[in-house]
Design a protein around this ligand. Structure first.
Ligand SMILES: [Mg+2]
Ligand SMILES: [Zn+2]
Length: 103
């Protein structure tokens, strides 16, 4: 499954509910799932971790749908030509790049 296929699948599955709920409430669900991922990483099985990664990716994707963001295009635009910090495909930044919306 490609990212584009995932976004289309999640759109079909959840966009009706998620548009009705709105972005702020949908964002809270995403944050809750991020918390569940943190717990799974700390003390979960590989299967539990996999499930929580899937949940976080799905909530992030559905939020992108509500906001009208094409994730494939967004990732391609920001990372498709190299690291946003140094421009290299194998990052040579001294420290982790601080990714800001304006960058
Ligand atoms: Mg979960
Ligand atoms: Zn870099």
């Amino acid at each position: 499954m490609t990212l584009k296929e995932l976004q289309a699948l999640i759109d079909r599955m959840y966009s009706g509910k998620d548009r009705a709920r709105g972005s702020p409430a949908t964002f809270l669900w995403l944050v809750e799932e991020v918390g569940e991922l943190a717990a799974a990483i700390a003390e979960g099985t590989q299967a539990e971790k996999a499930g929580e990664f899937a949940d976080v990716l799905t909530w992030l994707t559905t939020l992108a749908n509500v906001e009208g963001i094409d994730l494939t295009e967004a990732v391609r635009a920001k990372y498709g030509t190299g690291c946003p910090g140094c421009g290299e495909f194998v990052c040579e930044c001294e420290t982790k790049v601080v990714l800001s919306p304006g960058k």
